[in-house]
Design a binder for this molecule. Structure first.
Ligand code: HEC
Length: 185
């Protein structure tokens, strides 16, 4: 019995080896070069497609950015239209009574402009909404600031009401310092 199994097993073994050899021969010989070329072409195609997709993605991103920029600019323009800037506000609100040249010649500190605009509103009947007055004040304080000499005068005058009671108190204390001595003699 074993004498019959042995050759069969041997034959089966050889056949399978031959088959395997055949298969591996197909892989490495014969069509190998052609398969290499098609494989390379396939990989190249995949790479090209990926590159194309990447370029398209970049383009969409570029478009997206341009659209976002345009949207932001439009928003800013709308915001500027809703809140006109100081220069425009000064022309519309102060130009009703003042020639631009005379207004441009005026110089004040921030405090001076606050008081001037307040005077225009309360005494001279200028009708200016408070938020616009604030913007006009900021604009004028920046573009038409006082020179140092004028600044000293304006802040000095503003400080005067505060300094007067101090001066008076100092005088008083000096007088009471002297009075006991006067009484003593
Ligand atoms: C309704 C009219 C009217 C409007 C509007 C008006 N003013 Fe006057 N302004 C006057 C009159 C009247 C005087 C002179 C009397 C005085 O000084 O208060 C004057 C004087 C001035 C002077 C000279 C005196 C100083 O303090 O230097 C300045 C500067 C001035 N205005 C700035 C402004 C500005 C800035 C605005 C806008 C925010 C404005 N005015 C809006 C009527 C106006």
């Amino acid at each position: 019995m074993p004498s019959r199994i042995l050759p069969i097993a041997l034959a089966a073994c050889l056949t399978s080896t031959a088959l395997r050899a055949e298969l591996s021969g197909d892989d490495y010989l014969g069509g190998g070069a052609m398969q290499d070329a098609t494989e390379r072409a396939r990989v190249q195609a995949v790479i090209d497609a990926e590159r194309q997709r990447e370029a398209e993605r970049a383009e969409t991103l570029e478009h997206e950015r341009a659209r976002e920029k345009a949207r932001r600019e439009a928003e800013r323009a709308a915001e500027a239209a809703r809140h006109p800037q100081g220069e425009v506000l000064t022309k519309t609100h102060c130009g009703t009574c003042h020639a631009p040249e005379s207004l441009m010649a005026a110089r004040h500190t921030g405090l001076g402009w606050t008081l001037t605009i307040a005077r225009m509103r309360w005494l001279n009947g200028a009708r200016i909404p408070p938020e616009d007055a604030g913007r006009i004040r900021a604009h004028l304080a920046r573009t038409q600031a006082a020179d140092p000499a004028r600044a000293i005068v304006e802040y000095g005058l503003a400080a005067l009401p505060a300094l007067l009671p101090v001066a008076w108190a100092l005088r008083r204390s000096a007088a009471t310092d002297r009075s006991p001595r006067k009484l003593g003699t």
